[in-house]
Design a binder for this molecule. Structure first.
Ligand code: ADE
Length: 348
């Protein structure tokens, strides 16, 4: 997905992933931000451990890169449990799901990323598995088909999704704990990159950390990626220390602007303005006009542009706001904003 947008310059992705693993916090104590979720989860973990039970199934939702996988690893480790990781699109047939479930041991955690992308017939295998820890298997076809029921060990399913709205109600309702991960504050991201810089053994001033944090669009994964790229500039062009100046000029070189917008975000704003008169324009039309996937626009670019107030969603599509025009140094056409209330209609 487009969390990889910064990797278009030929960087070694494997190296990036190895570093990402190293930067991943392993315990609640190392995990910064999401305070309410952490406090709640610590209580649920302690209670389950105290009763000698498994943890209830957990659903984590929020934008890509906010730490859903990391958090589930931390929860599993707090429960002293083994974590099995898979993803919705990787489970193609009901048999795949049955095999994964059948392979679980008592107390295991099963993490399913992008759980909204499970097919309906696969999802249906999960219902009895989650509720009664049984696996219903149909043997044979047609009138002679019969169903046998296998007992499963008690396990904890952790589902992660960027699109809670795409989850079916029966699946959503089977999670005992549901948490929404929010974008991080700049101060939290600054703490995260400061910790990461220590792990990577790179010198950085607090102002350098803050400059990276400000441009990381509320997302730890992006903050850490920016840190790695800025580190490269610091090493090759400067004396290796990430100061505010070094961070600023490196991020400018990477075309990450002071608000964290990248070239894709700018392309979106400019397309709405130049090709569609400032909007409204539908997501599919917009995505075709700039050759970016609609899902990517909706999951990654749009939430941040909305959060910053640079675009708005109206019943007829996306429009660029006054702020959006002025962020690009453009003057909004006078007429477009004569009836501002038109822009504030909620999306039906
Ligand atoms: N790395 C990625 N997410 C993090 C978080 N929430 N806290 C600390 N380090 C992180």
């Amino acid at each position: 997905m487009t969390e990889d947008r910064l990797n278009t310059t030929g960087y070694n992705q494997q190296e990036d992933e190895d570093i990402e693993l190293k930067l991943r916090p392993a315990h609640f104590g190392e995990y910064i931000g999401q305070e309410k979720i952490k406090e709640n989860m610590k209580v649920f973990v302690q209670a389950a451990l105290g009763r000698g039970e498994t943890l209830d199934h957990v659903l984590l939702y929020g934008q890509p890169g906010l730490g859903k996988t990391t958090l589930s690893g931390i929860i599993a480790s707090a429960m002293n449990a083994r974590l099995r990781v898979t993803a919705g699109p990787a489970i193609e047939r009901p048999g795949d799901m049955a095999a994964i479930l059948n392979d679980l041991n008592e107390g295991d955690f099963l993490f399913i990323d992008e759980i909204h992308r499970l097919n309906r017939n696969i999802e249906e295998i999960l219902y009895p598995a989650m509720e009664d820890f049984v696996l219903d298997i149909v043997i044979g076809k047609g009138p002679g088909a019969r169903s046998i029921r296998l007992d499963l060990p008690r396990f904890t399913l952790v589902g992660a999704t960027t699109r809670i709205g795409l989850l079916t109600a029966p699946l959503r309702d089977r999670f005992g704990v549901v948490h929404h991960l929010e974008p991080y504050r700049v101060a939290e991201l600054a703490t995260i990159v400061t910790r990461s810089a220590k792990v990577l053994d790179v010198g950085m001033t607090p102002e350098g950390a803050e400059e990276i944090a400000r441009r990381a669009r509320g997302t730890p994964r992006i903050a850490n990626r920016l840190l790695k790229r800025v580190r490269d500039f610091a090493q090759v062009r400067y004396d290796g220390i990430i100061t505010q100046e070094v961070a600023k000029s490196s991020l400018d070189m990477l075309e990450i602007d002071p608000m964290g917008l990248d070239s894709v975000d700018k392309k979106i704003l400019l397309a709405i303005i130049e090709k569609f008169g400032g909007g409204p324009v539908g997501l599919d039309t917009l995505s075709a006009s700039i050759d970016e996937e609609a899902g990517t626009l909706e999951d990654v670019a749009e939430p941040y542009l909305l959060q910053l107030g640079l675009i708005q969603r109206t019943p007829r599509g996306r429009v660029v706001t006054r702020l959006g025009y002025s962020h690009l140094g453009l003057t909004p056409p006078a007429l477009a904003f004569a009836a501002d209330e038109q822009l504030t209609l909620p999306l039906s």
